[in-house]
Structure formats: structure tokens, C-alpha cells
Write a protein that binds this ligand. Structure first.
Ligand SMILES: Nc1ncnc2c1ncn2[C@@H]1O[C@H](COP(=O)(O)OP(=O)(O)OP(=O)(O)O)[C@@H](O)[C@H]1O
Ligand SMILES: [Mg+2]
Length: 484
């Protein structure tokens, strides 16, 4: 089966027995303003045994969600009026966190990263590879099921993915200097009960680090519970964290054990900590200081023995300055801080990470790829990886899907990675290091030409127009500055 679309490369679907959805009947909402594509995806998912329904705009999606329940949402980023991120925000507000997969072109990878920060489950890049979509849907649904079995919500409320299933399988350490420092810090702090604040860019592995700390601690045989504070609604946060007793508020029809109690003897990982409301911050501070929690509606304190790890990619000091985050709580949580390096800061590790992710992709996709072409590794080493390890894993998974032989070739990579890596490798050095005016001017000129060419997708006539020079001059300058 082939998905074809004007200007898109054709993509083959590999008939894989792993993705037989016959018996599952997942309800999938597809949102894409391109009617042909939307219908095609809808039809494809239906043929895979799902109940798929396609709509062409965010408004239509919101209307449909009022009437019907879906297990998963697959949305394009570029939609008329409301874009995919606004839509994700609105759906989360009104319907809890239904797993949301965003589809973007690779040029919008930074948007995909932002969407993940805001709670999207995953992203897939266009041109869409249907096998990749099936894999992502499958992962989302499995995670949601595990999460729901761990987190008993208040009856009558929309389900939320507050408690996330355990991450951290196949933790990779890396051998480069930044990874060694990270590893030293993890090993230093793991055996203690110190609260650790884990900071790092999106997709750099904060949650993996948290799980690693737990696994290397004396608490490793006890639970590791991961809570997404971004998904905690104001009304449910206290109940989720501290529990409630039957009848303490409308809807509390049974007693509920909070996650502090559930994590007894183990580790509680509070992700996106910057999102906690002020009242919850106060209660959390009390729990940490007194090592006691009180269920909503109860008169008794319960002793808790929990180690707290937190993560954020927000600048919490700024949040403290703005008055959004309590300073006393900040210091409590930040007894030790771990900075997870970005992938760009760990270039020595890329080859080893690639190898491990390729093995993972082989397992997931039933493939037998052995290695990467030198050129691919070279491109990877020059690319900036805004989505860090998550992006690397996804790029490799996708490349594995597209590869036919045993070696991953450049052709299996998104064009944007190839282009960006080329330009970042040919970037002019720091202007401040130049000593004469002429070379500064030359560097600025070269940079501008490269930027403009990228902006117009390498259309030289357009670039010349924007730069207000004729085509011939542009060609000469490209030659002079060694721009191919
Ligand atoms: N040390 C690691 N070993 C193996 N895989 C990793 C590691 N760190 C990250 N990954 C991969 O990257 C993905 C993202 O990692 P993780 O969820 O820990 O990042 P994060 O920093 O918490 O991201 P976000 O900012 O979006 O919350 C993981 O699902 C995993 O595939
Ligand atoms: Mg995270």
C-alpha cells in the first residue's frame, strides 16, 4: 500500500503482523485540513480494525468530542484558525488528557518539541509513514491503559494520564565527558534520600534519569511513581497526591489512596513541577517538612516515607521571582540539582546511542538493520537535535522503517536534518574572533546568504531578489564563500 500526495515522497506500508488491531477497536479521531489525506488516513486506520473518524478543523473536532469519546487523537499541526497546539490545550482543559499525537513536517520539529512539553504523547513527521503511526498509536494506548490501572480517578471525572507508566527501560549512560559527569552525579545522589531537581531540555532524558536514580537507590524494590503535574487539574491535585475519604466532596464515592501513600518506601517523581498551583505547593511543602500527609476530609495525618524527585524544563528561579513558585519549596526540592546535558553537548555519545536505538527499532519493527552509513553518522554529528534523545530515537525508528537493506542510508533521513546539518557545519565562526573589518563583513554576508537560501528553500532567484542582488552576483558570492 502506498500513500501518495503531491510533493510528497511515496511511502510504502510494510504489512506487519505486529500491528493487527482487529480485536482492539480503538476509537481514533483524525484531524487534518487536507480532505484527501484525512480520508485516506481514516480509511487506512479503519482497515486496521480501528474506529477512525476524520474531521477537517479544530472546531469540528471539539464539536465531535462533545458527543463522542475517543481513545486517541491524531492531529495535524497546521490547521486553519486553531493550530494543533491550541487544540491540544483546549482538549486537555475540557476532556482530560486523551493521548494526542501531533503530525508536523520536519521543518516544524521545534513545534513538535513544544507540543510534547505541553503534553502531546508523541509526534510523527510528515510525510506520514503509516507504520510509524500505528506504532505510535499502539504505544499511546498501551501506556494509557497502564496509567489508568495505576491511577484511580474520581468517578464521574474525565480520565487523566496523571500517573505515567514506568519509563527507563534500556537506560543508556553514554561515555563522553558530559555523560560521565551526569553519571557521577546520579551515582553520588542515588543512595541518599536527598530531593533532586532534574533540569534539562525537552527530550533530554529527565524522566529516564529520575528512574535511574530510583533504580540505583535502596528504594529500588519499592514503587517508582511518576506524576505529570501538568496534567493535574486544580481540583484533583490534592486528591491525587494526598488521597481523600469517601464523601469529602461531591464525587468522592470511595476512599482514595494518594500517590504519596502509594509510593510508600519508594520514589515519587513529580514531573513539570512548575505547574503546581500555589495551594498545592503549600501542602507539598508541609508533606516534605513533616513527612506526613492528610487525606482530604480526614482529621488524621498519615506518616509517609517517600523520596521526592522533580523535573522541569522551566526556569524555576524565574518562577520564584515572578511569585509563581514558592521559594521555600524550591529550596526543599533543590537539595541537589542535576543538569541533563542536551544531545548537542554529548557528541561523543551519538554513535553509541544510534546503535542502541537501532537495536530497539529492529525489535519494535521486526527488522534486521545492522549499521549506519558513515555519511549518516556524519550528518547526525552536525545536526542540532532540538528534541534531543527523543528526536534521535524517533529519527532512527523512522529511518529503520524506510530502510530496505542492512545499512541505514542518508536517503532514509528527513531532508531537513540533512540540510540543517550541512548549514550548521558550514556556519561562519564567531564574529567576535575576527580581527579585521573585511572578514567581519564577509562572515555576515555569508551568513545572510545561507539564511536567505534556507528561507526560500534554495530557490536562487528568490534569494537573489530578497538580497537585492542579481542572480549572477549571488552565484559568484556562493562560489566565493564556498556555499554549495
Ligand atoms: N538515558 C537514556 N537511555 C535511553 N533512552 C533515553 C535516555 N534518555 C532519554 N531517552 C529516550 O528519550 C525519550 C525521552 O526521554 P524522557 O522522557 O526521559 O525525556 P524528558 O527530558 O523527560 O522529556 P520532556 O521534557 O518532554 O518531559 C525516552 O522515551 C527515551 O526513548
Ligand atoms: Mg519528561
Amino acid at each position: 500500500l502506498v500513500f501518495r500526495r503531491p510533493g510528497w515522497q511515496a511511502i510504502c506500508i510494510f504489512a506487519s503482523p505486529r500491528y493487527d488491531f482487529e480485536t482492539m477497536k480503538h476509537r481514533v479521531l483524525v484531524i487534518d485540513d487536507d480532505p484527501t489525506f484525512c480520508r485516506m488516513l481514516e480509511g487506512f486506520l479503519q482497515r486496521k480494525g480501528m474506529e477512525a473518524e476524520g474531521v477537517f478543523s479544530g472546531e469540528e473536532a471539539l464539536n465531535l468530542l462533545q458527543k463522542k469519546t475517543f481513545d486517541i487523537i491524531l492531529s495535524d499541526y497546521r490547521l486553519p484558525e486553531k493550530d494543533g497546539i491550541d487544540l491540544l490545550d483546549e482538549i486537555r482543559e475540557e476532556h482530560g488528557s486523551i493521548p494526542f499525537i501531533i503530525m508536523t513536517s520536519y521543518a516544524d520539529i521545534r513545534i513538535a518539541v513544544r507540543a510534547m512539553k505541553l503534553g502531546a504523547f508523541d509526534y510523527v513527521t510528515k510525510p506520514v509513514n503509516p507504520d510509524e503511526i500505528l506504532l505510535s498509536i499502539n504505544n499511546a494506548i498501551t501506556q494509557q491503559q497502564t496509567a489508568n490501572s495505576q491511577s484511580a480517578d474520581v468517578p464521574g471525572k474525565k480520565p487523566t494520564m496523571v500517573v505515567k507508566p514506568n519509563p527507563g527501560n534500556g537506560y543508556l549512560e553514554g561515555q563522553g565527558p558530559m555523560s560521565k559527569i551526569l553519571q557521577e552525579h546520579i551515582e553520588l545522589v542515588a543512595p541518599t534520600n536527598i530531593s533532586v531537581l532534574i533540569q534539562g531540555e525537552s527530550g533530554s532524558g529527565k524522566e529516564y534519569v529520575a528512574k535511574r536514580i530510583h533504580d540505583l537507590s535502596k528504594r529500588s524494590s519499592r514503587p517508582f511513581i511518576s506524576i505529570d503535574c501538568g496534567a493535574l487539574s486544580k481540583e484533583l491535585a490534592a486528591s491525587e497526591l494526598f488521597g481523600h475519604i469517601k464523601g469529602s466532596f461531591t464525587g468522592a464515592i470511595t476512599d482514595k489512596t494518594g500517590q504519596f501513600e502509594a509510593a510508600k518506601g519508594g520514589t515519587l517523581f513529580l514531573d513539570e513541577i512548575g505547574n503546581l498551583s500555589y495551594e498545592i505547593q503549600i501542602q507539598l511543602l508541609r508533606a516534605l517538612q513533616e513527612r506526613k500527609v492528610r487525606k482530604i476530609g480526614s482529621n488524621h495525618d498519615v506518616e509517609v516515607d517517600v523520596r521526592i524527585l522533580t523535573a522541569t524544563n522551566e526556569d524555576l528561579i524565574e518562577a520564584v521571582k515572578r511569585g509563581d513558585f514558592r521559594e521555600d519549596l524550591y529550596h526543599r526540592l533543590n537539595e541537589f540539582r542535576i543538569l541533563v546535558p542536551s544531545l548537542k553537548q554529548r557528541p561523543e555519545d551519538i554513535a553509541a546511542f544510534c546503535k542502541a536505538f537501532l537495536q530497539l527499532a529492529n525489535q519494535e519493527l521486526d527488522k534486521h538493520l545492522q549499521s549506519f552509513d558513515e555519511e549518516v553518522l556524519d550528518i547526525f554529528s552536525k545536526y542540532t537535535w532540538p528534541g534531543n534523545l527523543r528526536e534521535l530515537r524517533n529519527v532512527i525508528r523512522r529511518a529503520a522503517l524506510l530502510s530496505k537493506g542492512e545499512v541505514v542510508l542518508k536517503e532514509a533521513l528527513p531532508a531537513e536534518i540533512i540540510e540543517e546539518s550541512y548549514f550548521s557545519a558550514n556556519k561562519v565562526g564567531d564574529v567576535s574572533s575576527a580581527t579585521d573589518l573585511k572578514s567581519v563583513a564577509g562572515k555576515t554576508e555569508r551568513d545572510l546568504i545561507i539564511q536567505t537560501l534556507t528561507k526560500v528553500n534554495f530557490n536562487k532567484s528568490k534569494a537573489a531578489q530578497l538580497l537585492k542582488i542579481d542572480r549572477k552576483t549571488l552565484y559568484n558570492k556562493m562560489k566565493q564563500y564556498n556555499i554549495e
